[in-house]
Design a protein around this ligand. Structure first.
Ligand code: NAD
Ligand code: GLY
Length: 344
């Protein structure tokens, strides 16, 4: 299946199984032979690097590899500059290509490198986590973290193609599957349709996953085509993220992004119901989903601790912050709220 996104670049998202072996021919239809750097991590490359490397070689590309240590700790300025220097040492030019093979960390980092090396070279996203398939590989947000907070440096920069091989989910650990479902529950709350019933019925790598991935991507495509640079509508995709980013940072990034998003959904729903906005039946439905996917964490950060981090959030404007307030499944609204009032 192919879904086309028409943003500042028009590009295809190909979804299927066993696509890695033909990645070289696939890309050849977009770019003639050039230098290609596969950026991947030290868990994903041993699993899927060889098949991608060989396919690109067969298609006539000159291929090199840059492997990062897995995990959020690599999404930083050091790794960013190491990759830039590696590309320069390999004589990469403006018409060369980066292939990001891995989860959201690899995609965000490699995308940011691609958007800045020689003022921008092409890149292809090959997401291998559920989270990256349904969210981070689509829509062109690239970023790295600073010690002060998450995703504080980045660009909007669309890939030239996204290749989603659902077969790679076979090796994804359950904890990472659960992590993807944190963003999945977010989409279910934003949409209230078939997606919500799929998430309620259960998504595993053998059940419902194809349709689940497709529906999330179709929703994201709609949002990105309407508001690529997040001037308004795209803010909806940040549902649960204000608290999620604070929780990730306070945990020293030991709580993964998707699980933190699920906690963020819980906190913003608690606030919304206290303010008389969220319907009780929607609140109960969310709790059921959080239970179903076992989205509870042991750490309990105080609102004051989170407030300190939230003040540094990109979405903060002085004393105010734009939050996405849930009223019902399928009815979430962007509201500008005083940060102090969130805590009250
Ligand atoms: P990740 O990239 O760290 O991957 C999670 C773990 O799974 C890693 O250890 C990785 O090695 C492993 N892994 C990946 N694919 C595998 C596979 N097929 N089999 C076995 N192991 C595999 O994390 P993630 O959850 O994919 O992404 C989180 C990141 O995405 C965060 O930095 C977050 O900020 C970012 N994000 C970005 C956007 C965006 O729009 N750009 C949206 C959501 C999240
Ligand atoms: N993950 C939020 C966005 O892409 O806008």
């Amino acid at each position: 299946m192919v879904i086309n996104v028409k943003a500042s670049k028009s590009y295809d998202i190909e979804i299927g199984r066993n696509l890695l072996d033909k990645i070289g021919e696939d890309i050849l239809s977009l770019k003639s032979a050039c230098n290609v750097c596969i950026v991947s991590d030290d868990i994903v490359y041993p699993l899927y690097g060889d098949i991608v490397f060989k396919s690109l070689k067969r298609a006539g590309y000159n291929v090199c590899i840059f492997t990062i240590e897995h995990g959020e700790k690599s999404k930083n300025l050091n790794t960013f500059s190491e990759i830039q220097e590696y590309l320069a040492s390999q004589n990469f030019k403006r018409n060369d290509l980066i292939v990001a093979l891995g989860g959201g960390v690899t995609g965000d980092l490699a995308g940011f490198v691609a958007s800045t090396y020689m003022r921008g070279i092409d890149f292809v996203q090959v997401p291998t986590t559920l989270l990256a398939m349904i969210d981070s590989s689509v829509g062109g947000k690239t970023a790295i973290d600073l010690p002060n907070g998450k995703n504080l440096v980045g660009t909007f920069y669309q890939p030239i193609k996204v290749i989603i091989d659902l077969k790679t989910l076979d090796t994804l650990p359950c904890t990472e599957y659960k992590n993807g479902m944190g963003e999945g529950i977010k989409y279910a709350m934003l949409m209230d349709n078939e997606l919500e019933s799929i998430v309620t019925n259960g998504v595993t790598c053998s059940t419902n996953v194809d349709r689940f991935v497709e529906l999330c991507i179709r929703y994201k495509k709609y949002i990105v085509e309407e508001d690529e640079k997040e001037s308004n509508l795209r803010r909806l995709l940040n549902l649960g993220h204000t608290f999620a980013h604070a929780i990730e940072k306070l945990s020293g990034y030991t709580i993964p992004h998707g699980v933190a998003v699920a906690q963020g959904l819980k906190i913003i729903s608690d606030i919304s119901i206290k303010q008389g906005k969220l319907a009780q039946c929607a609140y109960d439905k969310l709790q059921t989903l959080l239970d179903r996917y076992d989205m509870h964490i042991d750490e309990d950060y105080s609102l004051e601790q989170m407030l300190e981090v939230i003040k540094l959030d990109k979405k903060a404007e002085g004393e105010y912050i734009n939050v996405v307030m849930p009223y019902a499944f399928g009815d979430c609204r962007i509201e500008k709220i005083k940060i102090e009032d969130l805590i009250k």
